[in-house]
Design a protein around this ligand. Structure first.
Ligand code: SF4
Length: 202
């Protein structure tokens, strides 16, 4: 089901998860937000739920990751919303750094790796934009921690170019919702093989 909510001024907002799904395949936006066909994936949901339990447990005793970053203050599980950006979401942590900037930190229950996934990178950029809006603070970088079989902390630079890409993606999603236009398929057709919409996606 669509995750769109409305604030008191009736401004529609989407979540970073919806942007990630749109990156995966723009038709996800159409199926979920135009056709209102949720992703019925019972078994997948159970897998994700199991992962979430592990992930929550793995969040314990992560102080050394924050120390590595040099955070002087933190807030956990922070709800952020901006009608201006048309975006809302809950970030795992908001960190105040020694240099006066603020950063998002998101944990991923994923095998450690040397390079941030593109979708995770965009998620951090979106949280960084939200933090900038909500706290009126400078946000120059964010962090992703891959914690499945270790603790790999990776930095994501927050650049004008990446923020422009994020705004473009948000604009594309709202354009699909407004017009009802069927977007193009993903260029990575292998993703269709285990897609929950494959039987109705023509
Ligand atoms: S079947 Fe392929 S093109 Fe259609 S929604 Fe799924 S991933 Fe996208």
């Amino acid at each position: 089901m669509s995750e769109i909510i409305w604030d008191t001024e009736q401004t529609p907002m989407i979540t970073p998860s919806e942007v990630m799904q749109h990156i995966y395949c723009p038709r996800f936006t159409w199926f979920m937000n135009v056709q209102n066909i949720p992703q019925h994936e019972e078994s997948r949901f159970k897998v994700l739920k199991g992962r979430e339990v592990h992930r929550r447990r793995s969040l314990e005793n992560r102080d050394y990751l924050r120390r590595k970053i040099g955070a002087v203050k933190r807030e956990i599980e922070v709800y952020l919303a901006s009608p201006t950006l048309r975006l809302r979401g809950i970030v795992d942590e908001v960190l105040w750094l020694k240099d006066g900037t603020i950063s998002p930190l998101d944990y991923k229950y994923t095998e450690v790796r040397d390079v941030v996934f593109k979708t995770h990178e965009m998620q951090i950029i979106l949280y960084a934009m939200l933090i900038h809006e909500v706290y009126a603070a400078s946000v120059t970088r964010g962090f992703v921690a891959y914690v499945r079989n270790g603790n790999q902390l990776l930095e994501v630079p927050v650049t004008e170019e990446k923020m422009a890409q994020a705004r473009l993606l948000i604009g594309q999603i709202f354009d699909i919702m407004r017009s009802g236009r069927l977007p193009h398929r993903t260029a990575h057709r292998i993703r269709c093989e285990d897609c929950c919409y494959k039987n109705i996606c023509v």
